[in-house]
Ligand binder design. Structure first.
Ligand code: GLN
Length: 461
């Protein structure tokens, strides 16, 4: 059943007054991922290079939460600069999940693992994370929480430490879709301080495009997501979700998103390229950590900035900087960066072809999509969370594989939410010694169809 909670949530956040009962977030505690700046708590992005950093200003999203009565409970640990899928790459130490298998902690997912665990353990009512290629949705899937990545540009990035600007999106982790939607309503505003914030004119076009919520959803089921790496536990939960939706009267439609296979490779070219440029400003002069020495006399003939960056960045961050610097170099840019940008366009076109609604950022809809679907439903992650010991044995590329289902929506800037789905009893017994009871199911919508995506997620939930 579709509940009419959305209108209530929106109406509820119209009043901004002093801290009294009329405030929509009346003292609700919200944890903030440590790459979103706060002026009263340090912001380290889980990196040694920012270990002494407290921002002189506050991110717009944090300001909005406070204005609406929220209590900022803590900063949440994460993968350094958002780079990782398991929240184990942190200068502050790894994030541990609340779940274990045979006594060994499982991965909480990354990079917003601290935010997800804070919600899952009831340490806060909701949390902010950031999602560049899946970092809100994957931890949600691994911890049994809801993780929502809105359309790119709806929520302000002012005060969000960049990983890859063209992909970075503030996301919300909560115990239910309703809670995530309530936070979203509060944060969904134009911000002149963020040059990529969607202009009021575009927001108007999105609102004009909005249709009434269909009684029966046309659900796209991408055949290309049926990969052999999909574990039987996740496949089982996915199939039973689709069956339940069909039983409720919604219709399933096989769709093809052929560029999905190239999306992951394109993402791992584009994101490190942007990161290598973004991280150049961390040089030991302007922020945080600086290598030791009498006023940082060069050691081993290294200039101060090289020494600082060598000591300040962790292994994964250095790997991404090298990768990005290489793919942007004159000898490699044509074969890597430019090709990846082309793949990104194809991924966007794949989605535009299958959605019933036209992308409000385009003048026309590419043909070939047939009747079109309202939303696409996929698993969030191909497997249940690995143990932290298994993560240690993974090669970087194996770790990147976790993002295969989340990255396409990021490349296209689309709204996507992960909701927990129970595993079948039989599967639960199969996952011996483990106490994970859910996996994530992802709902993806057309650009700007955030409300539709959240309402569809309500039905799945
Ligand atoms: N795991 C992906 C990466 O390491 C996604 C991270 C994110 O969304 N911040 O790049």
């Amino acid at each position: 059943m579709v509940k009419l909670w959305w209108e209530e949530a929106r109406a509820g956040c119209m009043t901004v007054t002093d801290n009294d009962d009329s405030e929509p977030l009346n003292g609700d505690s919200i944890a903030i991922k440590d790459n979103i700046v706060t002026s009263t708590l340090p912001t380290t992005a889980a990196s040694r290079i920012l270990s002494y950093h407290t921002s002189p200003f506050e991110a717009t999203v944090v300001k909005l939460l406070k204005q609406n009565g929220a209590t900022i409970s803590s900063k949440a640990n994460m993968d350094e600069f958002g780079m990782g899928s398991h929240s184990q790459n942190s200068f502050n130490g790894p994030v541990l999940s609340l779940f274990k298998r045979d006594g060994v902690p499982l991965s909480p997912g990354g990079s917003s693992g601290g935010s997800a665990v804070a919600v899952a353990t009831g340490n806060c009512w909701a949390a902010l994370g950031t999602d560049t290629g899946g970092s809100v949705r994957l931890p949600a899937a691994y911890t049994g929480t809801v993780g929502f990545k809105p359309s790119y540009g709806l929520l302000s990035r002012w005060g969000v430490i960049q990983y890859a600007n063209s992909l970075d999106t503030v996301g919300i982790l909560a115990a239910s879709v309703e809670d995530a939607a309530a936070v979203f309503s509060i944060l969904n505003h134009y911000d002149a301080q963020d040059p990529t914030s969607l202009l009021p004119s575009v927001r108007g076009r999105i609102a004009a495009n909005r249709r009434t919520f269909p009684k029966t959803l046309r659900i796209g089921v991408p055949t290309d997501y049926n990969i052999h790496e999909l574990s039987s536990a996740v496949r089982g939960a996915y199939i039973s979700t689709l069956q339940q939706l069909q039983n409720l009267g919604h219709t399933l439609h096989a769709i093809s998103l052929p560029t999905t296979k190239q999306a992951l490779s394109a993402y791992y070219v584009l994101a490190p390229a942007e990161a290598s440029s973004n991280l150049a400003k961390h040089d030991g002069i302007r922020y945080g950590f600086r290598s030791e020495g009498p006023d940082a006399l060069p050691r081993e003939n290294l200039p101060l900035y090289a020494q600082t960056r060598g000591e300040g960045f962790g292994e994964e961050v250095k790997r991404r900087i090298l990768l990005g610097a290489y793919t942007l170099s004159s000898e490699a840019i044509d074969n890597y960066f430019i090709q990846a940008q082309k793949v990104r366009r194809l991924v966007q076109r794949d989605f535009d072809r299958v959605f019933a609604t036209q992308n409000p950022l385009l003048d026309s809809k590419p043909g070939g999509g047939g009747g079109g679907v309202d939303v696409i439903i996929t698993p969030t992650a191909p497997t249940l969370p690995p143990t932290v010991d298994e993560v240690k044995k993974q090669s970087p590329v194996e770790s990147y594989m976790n993002d295969v289902f989340t990255v396409p929506a990021s490349l296209a800037g689309l709204p996507a939410v992960s909701v927990p789905m129970p595993l079948s009893d039989a599967i639960e017994m199969e996952v011996e010694g483990g106490d994970v009871k859910t996996t994530g199911i992802q709902v993806i919508g057309q650009f700007g169809d955030d409300e539709l995506v959240l309402r569809a997620a309500e039905i799945v939930q």
